[in-house]
Design a binder for this molecule. Structure first.
Ligand SMILES: Nc1ncnc2c1ncn2[C@@H]1O[C@H](COP(=O)(O)OP(=O)(O)O)[C@@H](O)[C@H]1O
Ligand SMILES: [Mg+2]
Length: 137
């Protein structure tokens, strides 16, 4: 994968902690290639790590899609996809501080805050797709 617009990659599978580590490395490399600042790079890697962990822990595993965007600015779009149970109470999950597992419940809300754009598609029995975008200033 390069930092050029249109470049994309699928990271699959995302099924365990080792995969999350690999995903982190891929996102870090891509963020570096498109020239994100160290602060923005850290934000997007942190968000990606949280979302990938959710895919593994709650989604029963899945995959990630990485893309380089070129609009008015260059950016990176990351999607985390699974075919798991979906999120029953979206508002509650996004509010922060609510975990149905043994987490702090800050992964989704934190990722939303760290990204420039955030989209959540989920439905009971329909899996979950979370997409974040970070634009280069
Ligand atoms: N991919 C997913 N599939 C199903 N449920 C999810 C998924 N991601 C998040 N959730 C739900 O949203 C809640 C909040 O997620 P998050 O903010 O990351 O907190 P935590 O991981 O600490 O539980 C989770 O406890 C879980 O119930
Ligand atoms: Mg989480």
């Amino acid at each position: 994968m390069t930092g050029q617009p249109g470049s994309s990659a699928v990271i699959a599978p995302l099924k365990d902690q080792d995969d999350v580590v690999r995903l982190r490395q891929s996102v870090r490399k891509l963020a570096t290639q498109i020239g994100l600042s160290l602060v923005d790079l850290t934000k997007i890697v942190t968000a990606a790590s949280e979302l990938a962990r959710n895919t593994v822990v709650y989604g029963g595993g899945g995959h990630a899609e990485l893309e380089v965007l070129e609009g008015l600015r260059r950016g990176v779009r990351l999607s985390f996809v699974d075919q798991g149970p979906g999120i029953a109470d979206i508002e509650r999950a996004l509010a922060g501080g609510n975990s149905t597992g043994d987490g702090l419940g800050l992964g989704l809300s934190g990722s939303r805050r760290l990204a420039d754009e955030f989209d959540l598609q989920t439905g009971l029995g329909q899996g979950t797709r979370v997409t974040i975008i970070k634009w280069k200033p």
